[in-house]
Design a binder for this molecule. Sequence first.
Ligand SMILES: Cc1cc2nc3c(=O)[nH]c(=O)nc-3n(C[C@H](O)[C@H](O)[C@H](O)COP(=O)(O)OP(=O)(O)OC[C@H]3O[C@@H](n4cnc5c(N)ncnc54)[C@H](O)[C@@H]3O)c2cc1C
Length: 445
Amino acid sequence: MISANYLIIGTGPIGVFTGKYLLEKNKSIVIIDNSEKQSFQKSIKLNLKDSNTKGHVYDFDHTALYKNKDTLPISSKAKGGFTKVWGGTLNRASEKEIEKLGISKEKYLEIYFSILNQIPHIEYDDVYSNFNKNKSKFYEIEKPLLGVGLNNNETWSSDLLLDKLLKKYDTKIEYLNNINVTNISKSGKLFQLHTENKIIEVNVEKIFVCSGSFTSTKIATKMIKGEKFTISDSELSVWPIFKFGKKIRGPEEKREINAFSKDKAIAKLLIKFNKRDTEVKCQLYDLNEESVNTIIERMGLFSVIFKPLINLLKDRLFLVFVYKDSFHSKESLFEISQKKPKIIKIKKQQKKLYVMTFFYNFLKLGFFLIPIKYKFKNYGSFHSGNSIVYKNNIEYQFDDQGVLDNFDNIHFIDSTSIKFIPSGPFTVSSIVNSVNILEKLFNDQ
Ligand SMILES: Cc1cc2nc3c(=O)[nH]c(=O)nc-3n(C[C@H](O)[C@H](O)[C@H](O)COP(=O)(O)OP(=O)(O)OC[C@H]3O[C@@H](n4cnc5c(N)ncnc54)[C@H](O)[C@@H]3O)c2cc1C
């Protein structure tokens, strides 16, 4: 039996910030996740960033099927969730995007800055200070903000905040791992957590589901005995880009003493393009050791010819990661089946947004966008949510408190219930969204 004021499912950033909020209100919490020791040893077949060293973070057992093949594992399985492998870029939604999130600008900024205060971070300005471009009607350039972990060569992860909370509020918080929730039900005053092999009775006032959009939506669909669900995506494509004119990399010495070593793949510059009511955020990465090795590995025999060329162009050639918001990205329709949910339809948006339309703006910034894009698979940006669940083909949406149908006191407050996915790294916006729901629930507004 789990007993406390509140239960939180998930120790990613949404779950841990929810825990912090409740503990500061002097409430007792139990926080759980499905991380397990054995999964550290699992062999990893998919070729993802950090998959050899941090493969245990990705939940390979709970992917979906698309055309009979596994999709990317868009669910995490770790204390700290996806922040164990994320890039740590802390990014703010634009004014127009905040409006689409359905939060007032003042509230968004108030919560956004309180979250930044809790995440140690640096402004990466080596490239920015050499770039020197003024803001225009069409673009804005910013220094990336990067969350920094315990030692200076790693990114911040939400398990650091969890460990702090476990120390500071030791009598009010309990952390349990290895509980893989598949469904939640309620009978009388008690909730039941369903796992693959047992049912755990839970005596709490509310449950906050923060297990990441894919898992949370699956749980929600099971709860209402639905058969389908949709999840919106934020499409990500990567383009090589050539910098002409003045070089933008800082002096070697300065790079070496920066918080992250030069081998770490981190965003060097944030470029924001405006087009009518839409913002497209692009992150510039340089061809560091890690990316050059990945390219060379993938080139096979060709690498013998191209390796010297790539190394020669290292100061001129960059990669630009372009993120579209959910209004301009695909949405997938999943069907629950015996084994894994299957993607049965991928809906394209009517509103089209072509990255090449920014070609001229890139030129004005001194970049030649090379038209060879690498498009990530569905959910490749790991920024997804805004889910809808279907039962007998009737649509069920999460309300403003993250509640689905009549399941009072079970709140889905991760990006499952977010109304819109802004362009660019969106985790801080997703935390803002969850804290905004909590404040409404606890009459803090
Ligand atoms: C490679 C990569 C790079 C990224 N880079 C950035 C970046 O630079 N900036 C940015 O803003 N965002 C980035 N993201 C996205 C970011 O990591 C996610 O938006 C964020 O982690 C989502 O937080 P969450 O708490 O909703 O879910 P998660 O972080 O996925 O945490 C979910 C938690 O729930 C637990 N859980 C899952 N299923 C179950 C279950 N069935 N039962 C019990 N517990 C369960 C997991 O163990 C985990 O603890 C990146 C993601 C990836 C994968």
